[in-house]
Design a protein around this ligand. Structure first.
Ligand code: KG4
Ligand code: ZN
Length: 339
């Protein structure tokens, strides 16, 4: 396709719709001018994201979210030079809403779009603004759908050193919360309740699958069996111990996550470390990363809170890199559910 506008790509519109958050952001000359996120409350009562509901909500939210992002940046659609959009991984129905919207917008405005990988964007959130990590950089990417240790090299080249064999860290938080009667997503609630609990009150299994890989399914089962056993003895066990349970579960997940990151520091000799993705919003993970950096002579980097959970600022930024490399998307590109 021939694009009618100039090649400068100063004003980039980013769009994210991979799961249950619709987000739009505007990046002007490399600076984020707006980053609007419309969250979907409809999933709370189901204890997890309902894909069909998610796509329908994205359809309702996408236009107002884009309009709001443009207005906060004091720009109109005609000022936009290029669009960056999440292509995957994610829920296919959700991705399709954003991706199809962007293809249509690109065609009607005569401007290019670029496809962005959601996981790369989470890692690249570190490089948007604030203190930028030195390269090479080891990033623990922990979200609702993924858990990976990623090595970022020169020119943002990424290599996955370890990943989960089954559930993701965010899923472990969410499923443990569901077992205790908390609503979805439970990660932030567990974080809050854990603040007044004892992390050593209860012990749960920490699997060892070898290398830098993770597994959370065994941990999940051990939490389930423990709760079932205790509730049989005392039906009020969960209510009476909710803070200690949250603190102990959080401690187990966080220390497990960081044990492999520590191993990665040792194996690679890389001393620039960070966390990214929704679970990077967790206060204990943030504090423990700083302690790990102190103990390993490393420097810790933590992205701004709003760049941790799903957002379009990271998509716009990741898109800028692809635009500079002229890796334009085409109308025949399709979304993907897995990396
Ligand atoms: O990156 P994200 O927004 O979406 C995905 O790409 O999956 O991550 C969402 C995940 C959810 O599992 C949620 O429970 C978790 O991030 N999360 C947290 C916290 N805030 C969000 N987990 C633990 N503590 C938090 N404060
Ligand atoms: Zn995400």
């Amino acid at each position: 396709m021939e694009y009618t506008k100039n090649n400068s790509h100063n004003n980039i519109l980013g769009i994210e719709s991979s799961c249950d958050d619709t987000s739009a952001a505007v990046l002007v000359n490399g600076n984020i001018c707006s980053n609007v996120v419309a969250s979907q409350k409809v999933h709370e009562e189901f204890g997890g994201v309902v894909p069909e509901w998610a796509s329908r909500k994205h359809q309702q939210n996408i236009l107002p979210t884009v309009k709001s992002a443009l207005s906060k940046a004091n720009l109109s659609l005609q000022d936009i030079d290029a669009i960056a959009c999440t292509q995957g991984p994610g829920l296919v129905g959700s991705l399709l809403v954003g991706h199809t919207f962007v293809k249509g917008l690109s065609m009607s405005l005569g401007i290019p779009f670029v496809n962005v990988n959601h996981l790369d964007a989470h890692v690249l959130a570190h490089f948007i603004d604030g203190e930028i990590p030195s390269l090479p950089f080891l990033c623990l990417l922990v979200s609702g759908g993924h858990t990976q240790i990623v090595l970022v090299k020169e020119n943002y080249q990424m290599k996955v050193l370890g990943k989960t064999m089954d559930d993701a860290a965010g899923e472990a938080f969410d499923k443990a919360g569901k077992m205790m009667g908390l609503s979805y997503p439970s990660g932030p609630q567990i974080d809050e309740l854990a603040k007044t609990g004892n992390p050593n009150a209860f012990k749960f299994n920490k699997p060892n699958v070898g290398g830098l890989d993770y597994s959370f399914s065994g941990m999940k089962t051990s939490i389930l069996y423990f709760l079932q056993k205790e509730v049989k003895k005392n039906p009020n066990f969960i209510d009476e111990n909710i803070q200690d349970l949250c603190a102990s579960i959080q401690y187990t997940i966080v220390s497990y996550l960081l044990s492999n990151l520590k191993r990665a520091i040792k194996e690679t000799g890389v001393n620039s470390i960070g966390i990214a993705g929704g679970v990077a919003a967790n206060s204990e993970l943030r504090d423990s990363l700083i302690k790990l950096a102190d103990n390993t002579d490393s420097k810790a980097y933590i992205p701004k809170f709003e760049y941790c959970t799903d957002n379009a600022a990271m998509i716009a930024f990741a898109g800028k890199i692809k635009l500079e490399q002229k890796q334009f998307g085409t109308l025949t590109d399709v979304c993907y559910t897995r990396k």
